[in-house]
Write a protein that binds this ligand. Sequence first.
Ligand SMILES: [Fe+2]
Length: 314
Amino acid sequence: MALSSKKHHREESLLELERKAWQDAGLVLSTTSNEACKLFDAALTQYATWANNESLGGIEGCLSKLKAADPNFTMGHVIANGLELIGTGSSVRLNKELDSAMRTMMTLSKSQPLTEREKLHVSALDMFASGQLPKACDLWEQILQSHPTDLLALKFSQDTYFYLGYHIQMRDSVARVYPFWTHDIPLSSYVKGYYSFGLMETNFFDRAEELAREALAINQTDAWSVHTIAHVNEMKAEVKKGLEFMKETETNWKNIDMLACHNYWHWALYFIEKGEYEAALTIYDNHIAPRCLSSGSMLDVVDNCSMLYRLHLE
Ligand SMILES: [Fe+2]
């Protein structure tokens, strides 16, 4: 869990310190429930690392337990609604449940004393939900100016810049907070991974690969850093190197459920590049199609369509 290194050894005070850990990190959460803080942390960690942890009940399980632990915890509503809006691309216009959840969050946020940071999180989601994505990013940037280690603001803004195709902003946003993510901060190696992706998207391939490899040296299951290297090899037309890298690292990222399908898609792309369509199709049959069927996630659906269409064009 994101703040686990701040836990202390005395079991009986574990929960209290979980809540205090957020305070110590300068990221106050307005709830009296330690359990809610722990579950907020668990959901955020899974989002930031692209991996549902089944022993924690996955992101969905954590979000429902979070709601039960403190139904009035505004940041609990923020992470749940944000993941629905940003993580799945749902819209309040088409998703009535999400529309009502957003209204509940807005009403709740006005009924209780919140920190400035929490209020900005609420406003950013409100902007996002009304389609004002650049304005939502501005609000997350405002949070990051005073709270550079707010991982939720960082990840929401990274994902939104990505949707907007704002590559330079995506890189520079994480570049600004990067110096604050020292080694002792949990998940700091993942921030290296976010930065490396921004560098790759703005054509700094060597620096991007260097940072992604640093991140992987700390945590080899960081599937997003694997993904950055897959892109670097693609951009540099290093097909052989790309194929070898995917094969060598497969066991590290194949269980990172939110990203594995996309990394397999990159792997198949190298085979298409080489004209080895059967090999690409084998990856599709063994890894891309089954993952799409079981997860139904939008990213997996996109990878599925894209692979089939590319093969069709060939
Ligand atoms: Fe990609």
